[in-house]
Design a protein around this ligand. Sequence first.
Ligand SMILES: [Zn+2]
Length: 123
Amino acid sequence: MLVLGIMLTFSGIVGFFMFSAMSDSNDVFASSTFDAFDNVVRAMTIGMMVLGLVFIALSFYVKKHDEAKLAQERAAEEELSKKLAQNIASAARAAAPVKVRCRYCGALSDENDEKCESCGATL
Ligand SMILES: [Zn+2]
């Protein structure tokens, strides 16, 4: 898209100047018919230039749009992997609860317990 736009703009500019130089040097063809032809060709070259610029602008817009979309997808992916990691961590915690040792009797209690399973002391 960008290449096409640059090519169109370039060929439009080249065509415009080449035709301008050609028609300026050719006074033989300076009849009204050729003037009209001149104007048509000039309009075409200008149209090519404008179209090329539109293509260039469009390609930049599309590229920017794609990048924004890509960044969004990447953020969503990151969020998902973060959630997955959290789920794995919580699942691991549920499967193997962390035990804490009672400082009075030495028995192991679940870390979520408020009191020792063995002697009832506050953990
Ligand atoms: Zn205890």
